[in-house]
Design a protein around this ligand. Structure first.
Ligand code: AHR
Length: 312
């Protein structure tokens, strides 16, 4: 079936009446991630009836596995995981299942053969985000009268093996087949961080003097790329088109400044969504196994009007 219920008796709570939630977070690599953490910390408060155990894994799966084992040992009521990569979760999730603790996956997906290892998932359609970026670029180039020109592209990829990287890379690559004049010169990971994004962009600029477009698989890597492009004496947003993902507030500022051309939204506000899932599970209700959130595309011309409406 497409639904699951809590594997644990709702009356077996620790810490008095509070619902104990262990949250294994990827890290603090980006503005998006900070907003995601804040969303959990402001939702799972004692006033709202929760005790949140928060662990920052510093972008390492081994740290996430350790944190999950700690949560199991502490017999938390729910385990929430924002997984760094898709693979390698079977053993530790088997241990959580054995302990009867429901596991909720957020943001990125996991790839497991037995889907009873997690209760449900809520997050983004990363492949769709890749499609949206390519469609925006096609439209933009057409408006510039460049649909037939050779377009040289480089990609700053996210953490290799994460759903956000896989979906965005694959979605964009699939759409590239519709544009035989688009050339992918190079793709390298910038680990979703500004500093690594800048470093990789500097090396791209040394290797290629004819880059038309940068696809940055998140805004923070785009900010690093913008700095590298400026340092190389080129104009980001004009000489080199900047296509990015997340649509965090600072990206709107970069678009208003003319440095970035578009950001495809990735919504980090999962705290309330997970709380709703937990409340349903507490009542013994069924929940959807897979829950995709809605996301938009924000080109530079919309930035000034919308910046004040952005929550993160
Ligand atoms: O999984 C979501 C991605 O992870 C966001 O695009 C990125 O900024 C974050 O680090």
């Amino acid at each position: 079936t497409n639904t699951q219920t809590s594997g644990k008796d709702a009356s077996s709570k620790d810490e008095g009446d509070l619902i104990v939630v262990g949250f294994s977070q990827v890290g603090a690599e980006s503005d998006w991630r900070t907003a995601n953490t804040k969303s959990f910390q402001s939702t799972f408060t004692e006033e709202a009836g929760y005790k949140l155990l928060f662990d920052d894994a510093q972008q390492k799966q081994e740290n996430q596995i350790k944190a999950i084992r700690n949560f199991i040992q502490q017999d938390v009521d729910y385990i929430v995981i924002a997984p760094v990569v898709e693979t390698g979760w079977e053993t530790v999730l088997g241990e959580a299942k054995e302990a009867g603790i429901p596991v909720i996956i957020v943001d990125r997906m996991i790839n497991v053969s037995d889907d009873s290892l997690f209760t449900c998932w809520v997050g983004s359609n990363f492949k769709q985000e890749g499609y949206d970026a390519a469609d925006w670029l096609a439209e933009y180039l057409e408006k510039q009268g460049r649909s037939e020109e050779t377009i040289n592209i480089v990609t700053l990829q996210g953490t290799i093996g994460s759903s956000a990287q896989i979906g965005r890379t694959e979605g964009f690559a699939e759409k590239m087949k519709e544009h035989p004049n688009w050339v992918m010169l190079d793709r390298q990971t910038g680990e979703f961080t500004q500093s690594k994004g800048q470093e990789v962009m500097e090396s791209f600029l040394k290797s290629y003097d004819d880059i038309d477009v940068v696809i940055a698989e998140n805004d923070n890597m785009a900010f690093g790329a913008i700095d590298a492009i400026k340092a190389a004496g080129k104009v980001p947003g004009k000489d080199i088109i900047i296509v990015s993902f997340d649509a965090v507030k600072a990206a709107f500022e970069a678009m208003i400044a003319g440095d970035m051309n578009v950001s495809v939204e990735c919504n980090p506000l999962h705290g309330p969504r997970v709380a709703e899932i937990i409340q349903k599970l507490e009542k013994g209700e069924q929940v959807e196994k897979l829950q995709y959130v809605e996301e938009g595309v924000y080109p530079a011309e919309t930035a000034a009007e919308l910046i004040n409406t952005r929550e993160y």
